[in-house]
Ligand binder design. Structure first.
Ligand SMILES: [Ca+2]
Ligand SMILES: [Ca+2]
Length: 142
């Protein structure tokens, strides 16, 4: 069943709720995909070399920390809008931005931590506030 016109079709089996699991690894990931890590284990990627465009599918689990992110680097999010995502400072490091979202359709949990992107003051409660505080457009919603 492939719904071309409407919402993205779910291809393949859907595991009923219960023990969770590690999320799918099928398909060909986009370059610099942030759909890595599991609900409990984060992975770290670096944006330090050159201008990097990361890709985050809101419907696929992400648990990732990005280091070295600066102007010219950006995250392109698909399957969500900016107001879906939650933005806050890391309780453990006020200079880190924590971005979270749980997809209501797939149950995918997205947690993206951008290391050392924030000055010590400034609002970050929304994407536009976080961009203003960080000083560059680090995330866009396709
Ligand atoms: Ca960079
Ligand atoms: Ca994701």
């Amino acid at each position: 069943m492939l719904d071309i016109a409407g919402t993205p079709a779910v291809i393949g089996t859907v595991t009923p709720g219960g023990t969770g699991g590690t999320g799918g690894t099928g398909g060909t990931p986009l370059p610099n995909s942030l759909d890595i890590g599991t609900g409990t284990v984060a992975q770290t990627v670096s944006a330090a070399s050159g201008n990097i465009t990361f890709h985050d599918d809101a419907a696929a689990t992400s648990n990732v920390r990005i280091t070295g992110m600066s102007a010219g680097d950006t995250i392109v999010v698909t399957h969500a809008i900016a107001s879906d995502y939650n933005f806050s400072r890391d309780f453990q490091d006020t200079n880190d931005l924590v971005i979270t979202y749980t997809d209501s359709d797939t149950g995918a949990t997205n947690r993206i931590v951008i290391d050392e992107i924030l000055p010590t003051s400034g609002a970050v409660a929304t994407l536009s506030q976080a961009i203003a505080t960080a000083g560059f457009s680090f995330m866009t919603f396709a």
